[in-house]
Design a protein around this ligand. Structure first.
Ligand code: SF4
Ligand code: SF4
Length: 173
């Protein structure tokens, strides 16, 4: 299936993907209006350091000497795991596999906000929407051909495609 992959050589941790994701999942789908919405729209992607508990200063910064420095960061979201731990953990069947597409999906109506899926996801891909006591996750932007995060990524670190296509892309860059 097609998923969103991140090329860690290209990700600079600018967090444009996070903002684009939150805006896409807002009511207005416009940044200036989305920031006034309550509850605030929640991002489904996270640009995070993969060096463990690294301080924010490891994200891109200009040093006193004028050089650009950053640590190793990666934009992560749901991997739509084949044998998804979140699906196994969900007792209300709110989290499920779409047999046609292979996507891991979430049914808000069935969600009881127990957060078991959050605890079971090895990638930290799920977030809480505390007001309605439900979780939110990557839905691959069903209203778009290209997910908002992929389109927003200015370094082309994010890629929508199959694993084979992503590996081919990595070999050619
Ligand atoms: S939410 Fe986490 S465990 Fe579930 S499919 Fe996505 S990455 Fe896998
Ligand atoms: S929070 Fe919702 S989706 Fe997650 S395990 Fe509980 S009921 Fe299932």
């Amino acid at each position: 299936m097609k998923k969103i992959y991140c090329d860690i050589k290209k990700c600079i941790g600018c967090r444009a993907c996070e903002i684009a994701c939150a805006v896409e999942h807002s009511k207005s789908k416009k940044l200036d209006e989305a920031i006034k919405e309550r509850p605030l729209p929640i991002k489904r992607r996270k640009a995070e350091s993969i060096e463990g508990d690294v301080p924010r200063s490891k994200f891109p910064k200009i040093t006193e000497a004028g050089n650009l420095e950053w640590g190793i960061v990666i934009s992560t979201g749901c991997h739509h795991c084949e044998d998804a731990p979140c699906v196994a953990a969900c007792m209300s069947s709110a989290m499920y596999k779409d047999k046609k597409t292979g996507q891991t999906k979430h049914d808000e109506e069935k969600c009881v906000g127990c957060w078991m899926c959050i605890m079971s996801c090895p990638f930290g891909a799920l977030s809480r929407q505390k007001q309605d006591k439900i979780i939110v996750k990557c839905d691959l932007c069903p209203d778009r051909d290209i997910p908002a995060c992929v389109e927003a990524c200015q370094t082309a670190a994010l890629f929508l495609g199959t694993e084979k296509e992503f590996k081919k892309k990595l070999c050619n860059t």
